[in-house]
Ligand binder design. Structure first.
Ligand code: GDP
Length: 193
């Protein structure tokens, strides 16, 4: 998909704040600092639309972006940031669970993981949660530019095995530095619309 327009619609916490346009929606989840903002900016050809966070774990809202007037990206606050209090973690969990389990137009979640390292316990928990609710998942293995081509297959294999990736779910090697994987990510999103 060629992106010609993208803008933030709203930062929402509660369902009555979600946008009302009944268009396909794709949520983006990942641990803090994994490269989620960079992924969004690369996909939307924007430099500073999603904040590239110097303070991970700060945004505790669901940020809705409208893309080409035809779909929403929903940026979910990053998880796994140690300095977040138990209370904040609980509020985050509740907000996310409400969104994921009630939003009818949600087509898939893009789970951003770091190709360099095996998925974390939090990544696995997030993936299991999506599978429990039968939500399709597109795994984006980012920072691929940091792994030499000869080691890619091994890293990909570990990521799939650790997540116990469902055969229907796609995994895409991605780099926000080089744009690798961008076309495949858009094609996969389009296949869920
Ligand atoms: P977020 O907290 O998940 O939104 O992560 P950011 O998008 O802020 O990225 C965290 C750090 O990783 C920043 O320093 C980015 O420049 C860097 N980064 C993100 N994506 C990539 C990538 O694909 N390749 C490389 N080499 N660095 C990346």
């Amino acid at each position: 998909m060629k992106v010609t327009s993208s803008e933030i619609v709203i930062s929402a916490v509660k369902p009555d704040q979600y946008p009302v346009e009944p268009i396909p929606e794709f949520a983006l989840a990942g641990r803090s600092n994994v490269g989620k903002s960079s992924f969004i900016n690369k996909m939307l050809n924007r430099k500073g639309l999603a904040r590239i966070s110097s303070k991970p774990g700060k945004t505790q809202t669901l940020n809705f972006y409208i893309v080409n007037e035809v779909l929403h990206f929903v940026d979910v606050p990053g998880y796994g940031y140690a300095k977040v209090s138990k209370k904040e973690r609980e509020a985050w969990g509740k907000m996310l669970e409400t969104y994921l389990t009630t939003r009818e137009q949600l087509k898939a979640v893009l789970l951003i993981v770091d190709l360099r390292h095996p998925p974390t316990a939090d990544d696995i928990m997030m993936y299991d949660f999506l599978k429990h609710y039968e939500i399709p998942c597109i795994v984006i293995a980012t920072k691929a530019d940091k792994i030499s081509k000869t080691k890619r297959a091994q890293h990909l294999k570990i990521t799939k095995e650790k997540l116990e990736l469902h055969p229907h779910d796609t995994i895409i090697q991605f780099s926000s530095e080089t744009g690798e994987g961008k076309d495949k990510a858009w094609a996969t999103i389009a296949s869920y619309m």
